[in-house]
Design a protein around this ligand. Structure first.
Ligand SMILES: [Zn+2]
Length: 303
């Protein structure tokens, strides 16, 4: 009996890591990645993607980590409705948002991304990052083909698809140098990419990240009329998630700044910040120390 219960538990646990397209609300669907670093075991399913069904067809926001994952997503979208995919919008250049884009390009979607992603692609830097990531993660990204954006966003772009409106707004530099958010004004829904979290530590250590820019981006979002926030990770959030994220970033910046002024070295700062109010939140062990190092080096360059 106990063995049976154990097997059942394993089965349920196993299933919870499977991709499962869920309805968020009318015509908005999501898949929810796990709160882990990418691995062969989780197949890189560590981020969310969204699909919005309009009268003209689908709009996808973020494309998961691999073509295998995005094909699974597309199959599940087609099970809801076999309609054309009009656009795939990439919130920033990280693998878990961009590397599955080929699947949607193959079925005719126009790929939309920020100028920063386009430039990374054009410079060949994106290719080196892919090769490096594939090496570091045991071949996880071996079937990834990098996809060039068809439509490049500098600051702002408005899209109308069917009767839905999408405002694509640059928020960069923040998490990276290619961050965009997507706002549906009539529905007051914000797709925030990797800029907003709830009870999960943001990753601030990208070479192009700016903690100062990220604070400004969050303050801009605070002024927007938002009912629901759909992020690149996390379950659907309400607006209080903006305060949570801003709280963590400001906590790091202020504490590190103060300790630097007291003449403390990075190792002392790191030790002092191990016990923080955020220590029980998701991805703390994975991201917190890297964030401290990055913010410390950013502050060296700030006037
Ligand atoms: Zn990211």
């Amino acid at each position: 009996m106990r063995a049976l219960a154990f097997l059942l538990l394993l089965f349920v646990f196993g299933l919870s890591k499977e991709m499962n397209l869920k309805k968020v609300e009318d015509n908005i669907y999501m898949v929810r990645g796990v709160d882990e670093l990418p691995s062969l075991e989780n197949k890189g399913f560590v981020s969310n993607a969204y699909a919005i069904l309009t009268k003209e067809g689908w709009v996808v926001i973020d494309t998961l980590s691999t073509p295998e994952l995005s094909k699974k997503l597309l199959e599940q979208m087609y099970r809801v409705k076999k309609a054309p995919v009009k656009y795939a919008i990439i919130t920033h250049y990280h693998p878990d948002h961009w590397y599955g884009a080929q699947t949607f390009k193959d079925v005719g979607a126009k790929i939309i991304a920020h100028r920063g992603l386009y430039e990374l692609y054009k410079s060949g830097m994106a290719k080196s990052i892919l090769e490096e990531a594939n090496k570091n993660f045991g071949g996880l990204y071996k079937s990834v083909l990098l996809v060039e954006p068809d439509i490049v966003v500098d600051d702002y772009k408005k899209l109308k698809v069917g009767s839905e409106e999408f405002e694509i707004i640059s928020m960069t530099p923040a998490h990276t140098n290619s961050d965009i958010v997507v706002y549906m004004p009539k529905r007051k829904v914000l797709f925030a990419g990797d800029l907003v979290y709830q009870k999960r530590i943001p990753f601030m250590a990208d070479r192009n990240a700016s903690s100062k820019g990220w604070e400004e981006a969050l303050k801009k979002m605070k002024n927007m009329d938002i009912r629901i926030i759909l992020g690149g990770h996390n379950d659907p959030m309400d607006k209080s998630a903006i305060d949570y994220t801003l709280g963590y970033i400001t906590y790091l910046r202020q504490n590190i700044k103060k300790m630097k002024e007291e003449g403390k070295f990075i190792d002392e700062i790191k030790t002092a910040l191990q016990d923080s109010p955020y220590k029980s939140d998701a991805m703390y062990g994975q991201f917190h120390n890297a964030n401290i190092f990055k913010v410390d080096s950013e502050l060296d360059l700030e006037p």
